[in-house]
Design a protein around this ligand. Structure first.
Ligand SMILES: [Zn+2]
Length: 323
C-alpha cells in the first residue's frame, strides 16, 4: 500500500492511507501552532512506516498540517492564534468577507473544508475523530486533553500519562470546540517540549495507540519489526507519566494579552503543585500569585500566546458530569 502524498495545491495535506468505506476515520493534525513541528514529523513517520511495512489499514488515517504558513516561519501564529478563532461569529465573518481573513483564519477555513470532506461519509463520533498534536515551550511531561464526553475513549487509550479535563470550559474558539459542536470527537495531545527529540516519539506513540484502539490497525497485522517499534514508542510515552496525577480538572486560566508584560518566573513545570499565594509570574501590575492551591499546567515561556498558565486539581477518577 502506498499512501497518497502531499501535493502543492493543498499545503495542509501531509498524506493519507486507507479509505472511508471500510471503518473509522482518524484525522491527525500537527503544527496548528507553527512553532510546534514535532507533530508533523510524527505524522510523517507513521505514514512512512505504514508504507514501508505494508500495514493493512481498516478505515482511514489522514495527516494534516494545521498552519502551514506559521510552520514555515517557525512562529506560533501569524495574526491570531489558530486554536482560538473557531467561533461561529469569526468564521461567519471570514466566509462573508474573505478580505478580512488573515493567514490563520484562511488555515481554519481550509481545515473545515478538509474535515467536511473526510468526515461526511462516516457518522459522527466515534467513527470520525481528530487527534490534535501539540508541544510546549516549557519543560513538562506529555498529557492528553479531552472533553468529558470522551472519557471512555481516554480510559481505553490508557497510555499512562495524565488526562486533563475541563480545559474546554476555560476558553472558546478552539478547533476541538468546533468539531465537538458538529458531533465529532476530538482530543489534544501535548507531547513535551517543542525541541526535544523525544516529543516526536511520544506523538508517534499516541497516534499508534489511537490506530490500535479504534481498530484501524489490527495488532496482528503489524510486522515484527514495526510491532517492536510501536511497543518501544508506547513504553517511552508511558514512562513519562510515572508519579503524575492520572486525571486533572482545570479550574483557572490566567488570561493575558500582549500589553500585559507577562513574564513567568523561571523553573516552573506542568503538574507541579503550587500553594496559595505562591509567586508564579510578574506583569505590569506587579507580582502574579496563585489565588488558590492547585496543580500548575502549561506555564508560558514563549513570546506569543494568551494563556499565562492554568491551574487544576487532581481527580480520583474521570469526571462523570455532563459537559
Ligand atoms: Zn500548541
Amino acid at each position: 500500500m502506498t499512501h497518497s502524498r502531499s501535493t502543492q495545491d493543498d499545503p495542509h495535506f501531509i498524506g493519507a492511507v486507507g479509505d472511508r468505506a471500510h471503518g473509522r476515520v482518524v484525522a491527525i493534525t500537527g503544527g496548528v501552532h507553527g512553532n510546534e513541528p514535532a507533530g508533523v514529523a510524527a505524522i510523517e513517520r507513521v505514514l512512512d512506516a505504514v508504507d514501508h511495512h505494508r500495514t493493512p489499514i481498516r478505515g482511514r488515517l489522514v495527516g494534516l498540517r494545521g498552519n502551514p504558513v506559521a510552520l514555515a516561519r517557525g512562529e506560533r501564529f501569524i495574526d491570531s492564534d489558530l486554536n482560538r478563532i473557531w467561533t461561529e461569529e469569526r468564521l461567519a465573518r471570514a466566509v462573508e468577507d474573505p478580505s478580512t481573513a488573515g493567514a490563520d483564519m484562511r488555515a481554519a477555513l481550509a481545515l473545515i473544508d478538509r474535515f467536511r470532506h473526510e468526515f461526511s461519509a462516516v457518522g459522527p463520533h466515534p467513527d470520525a475523530m481528530l487527534i490534535d498534536l501539540h508541544s510546549t515551550s516549557g519543560d513538562g511531561p506529555p498529557f492528553l486533553v479531552m472533553a468529558d464526553e470522551c472519557r471512555g475513549f481516554g480510559a481505553a487509550l490508557d497510555v499512562g500519562v495524565p488526562i486533563v479535563f475541563g480545559l474546554e470550559h476555560q476558553f472558546g474558539g478552539s478547533m476541538l470546540d468546533w468539531l465537538r459542536s458538529r458531533g465529532y470527537w476530538g482530543l489534544a495531545f501535548e507531547g513535551g517540549r517543542n525541541d526535544d527529540p523525544q516529543t516526536v516519539t511520544c506523538h508517534e506513540a499516541i497516534v499508534w495507540r489511537t490506530l490500535l484502539v479504534t481498530g484501524i490497525v489490527d495488532p496482528d497485522d503489524l510486522s515484527p519489526a514495526l510491532a517492536m517499534h510501536v511497543r518501544t514508542a508506547i513504553e517511552t510515552l508511558a514512562a513519562q507519566g510515572e508519579g503524575l496525577p492520572r486525571y486533572l480538572d482545570v479550574f483557572y486560566r490566567h488570561r493575558i494579552d500582549a500589553t500585559d508584560g507577562f513574564r513567568m518566573e523561571h523553573g516552573f513545570r506542568s503538574f507541579q503543585a503550587v500553594d496559595e499565594g505562591q509567586l508564579l509570574a510578574h506583569d505590569r501590575n506587579g507580582p502574579v500569585v496563585a489565588h488558590e492551591p492547585g496543580v500548575l499546567l502549561m506555564p508560558l515561556y514563549q513570546r506569543q500566546g494568551n494563556d499565562g498558565f492554568f491551574l487544576g486539581r487532581r481527580l480520583g477518577a474521570a469526571p462523570t458530569r455532563a459537559g
